[in-house]
Design a protein. Structure first.
Length: 189
C-alpha cells in the first residue's frame, strides 16, 4: 500500500512538472530582482525583523518546533488548501524569491561563502519541498488543464495531499532540524 501511495505522489509530481519548472524559474528570477532592487524593497525590513524576533532566544526544541510548524502550515495552505486557480502559490513563489534576494543583498558583514554555508544545508531540502508544493498548488488550481490527467477538484485535492504527506512533510521536517543545527550545537557542545 505504501508503495502505491508513493507511486501516486510521483505521478502527481510528474503531472505538475511544468508548473514546478515555472516555479523554479519565477523563484530565482524574483530572487535576482530582490537582490538587484533591494533598495526599492525596504518594506520587507519590518516583517523580517518581526520574524527574527519571533525566533530569537528560543531553546532548540521550541525553535525547531516553531519553524517546522510555520513551514508545514504555509506549505499545506499553498499546496492543498488555497490555490485560487494557482494564483496564491504563484504569489508565494514570487514573494519568497524577492524576500530571499532582499535578505542576501542586506546581509551585512557576511562573505558570499559564509552566506552559502548558512543557506545551503537547509535549502537543499526546504527549497525542493517549496518548489514541489507551489508547483503542485499551481497544477491543482489551474495547471491540470494542460496535462493529460482529467480529475475533478476533489481528486486534485487528494493528489495534492498525498504529495504533501509523502514528499513535502518529510523534507520540511528534516530541513527544520538542519536549520536548528546551530541551536543543537550551542545546546550540546
Amino acid at each position: 500500500m505504501l508503495k502505491k501511495v508513493y507511486a501516486e505522489a510521483l505521478t502527481t509530481i510528474n503531472a505538475a512538472k511544468y508548473c514546478i519548472l515555472i516555479v523554479f524559474i519565477v523563484y530565482f528570477g524574483a530572487c535576482a530582482a530582490g537582490w538587484f532592487y533591494h533598495d526599492d524593497l525596504s518594506f520587507f525590513k519590518e516583517p523580517v525583523n518581526q520574524l527574527i524576533e519571533g525566533f530569537k532566544d528560543r531553546n532548540t526544541v521550541t525553535f525547531i518546533s516553531k519553524l517546522m510548524m510555520r513551514n508545514l502550515i504555509a506549505a499545506y495552505l499553498t499546496t492543498c488548501l488555497i490555490s485560487l486557480w494557482g494564483l496564491i502559490p504563484a504569489v508565494a513563489t514570487t514573494v519568497n524569491g524577492l524576500l530571499l534576494g532582499w535578505i542576501i543583498a542586506n546581509a551585512s558583514g557576511m562573505s558570499p561563502s559564509m552566506l552559502l554555508v548558512l543557506l545551503i544545508p537547509h535549502g537543499i531540502l526546504e527549497l525542493p519541498a517549496a518548489f514541489i508544493g507551489w508547483g503542485v498548488g499551481i497544477w491543482k488550481g489551474f495547471g491540470y488543464r494542460f496535462t493529460s490527467q482529467t480529475t475533478n477538484y476533489q481528486g486534485r485535492f487528494i493528489k495534492a495531499n498525498i504529495v504533501y504527506f509523502t514528499v513535502i512533510l518529510p523534507l520540511l521536517l528534516i530541513a527544520a532540524i538542519i536549520e536548528g543545527r546551530y541551536h543543537i550545537y550551542k545546546e550540546f557542545f
